[in-house]
Ligand binder design. Structure first.
Ligand code: MN
Length: 253
């Protein structure tokens, strides 16, 4: 049976990162694309429950949805593909990195989370940088890691968050397995006045750098490595449970 791969993204159906990913993964098997009809970056794990979703078939095996990345994966696995369950979900290639705490906002990572929740080994792939994205290295490593996941699967409730440095393929030092890092941000909200005298706000300051955490995703990408972080869907802080229990367990009044 041919390998079946479902891809999506949060940059939308017209993103070059999605097209390049589609081409690259077609060398591994049959690829289905179910992607948002427009940019849905930073929508996190949003699921549309209170409105209908419309699906458009663009070409064979390529669909757009007027919804979020999570809607796309859910609709693809539970609706479009039905009993043709994919062997792998790949989300990306996102224009811009998804590192450290940013992954909690990321539509790219959330699409992979949805795939994981629905029982399909899933990976999220992002290319660091701001402009002039060169997807060659990202495609190369994406194929390499996809092959690994197809062969070895992933633990239940675990996905891979992959970030590729925005440098040429020959300058990349290799793959590094990492942990989630922590960024530092400056002035997160910018206040301005519109032409009619009304205030408006713009969220999202520039990253100032990062807290140095040994082996973090941010440090690896900064040093020219492809970062591969295993992310688990269980968000429980096990280290804090004992202290919390001592103080709160059994409290009634
Ligand atoms: Mn994006």
């Amino acid at each position: 049976m041919p390998v079946r791969i479902l891809i999506s993204n949060d940059d939308g159906i017209n993103s070059k990162g999605l097209h390049r990913l589609h081409e690259a993964l077609s060398t591994l098997g049959e690829v289905f694309v179910v992607a948002p009809d427009r940019d849905q970056s930073a929508v996190s794990h949003s699921l549309s429950l209170y409105r209908p979703l419309r699906l458009d078939e663009v070409t064979d095996h390529v669909y757009t949805v007027d919804g979020t990345p999570t809607d796309c994966i859910n609709l693809a696995i539970n609706g479009i593909l039905h009993d043709l369950k994919p062997d792998l979900v790949v989300s990306g290639i996102n224009k811009g990195e998804n590192l450290g705490d940013d992954i909690t906002y990321s539509g790219t990572v959330s699409a992979a989370m949805e795939g994981t929740l629905l029982g399909v080994p899933s990976i999220a792939v992002s290319l660091a940088g701001k402009n002039d994205y060169n997807f060659e290295a990202a495609c190369h490593y994406c194929v390499k890691i996809s092959k690994y996941v197809l062969k070895n699967k992933l633990p239940k409730d675990t996905l891979l968050n992959i970030n590729i440095p925005g440098i040429s393929k020959s300058d990349i030092k290799g793959v590094m397995v990492t942990r989630q890092g922590k960024r530092l941000y400056e002035e997160p909200v910018v206040e301005k006045t519109d032409p009619r005298g009304r205030k408006y706000y713009w969220i999202g300051g520039d990253a100032l750098g990062f807290i140095h955490i040994e082996n973090s995703d941010i440090a690896a990408v900064n040093d020219g490595y492809v970062s591969v972080t295993p992310i688990t869907l269980d968000l429980t802080d096990f280290g804090f449970m004992d202290e919390l229990r001592k103080n709160l367990d059994g409290e009634k009044t």
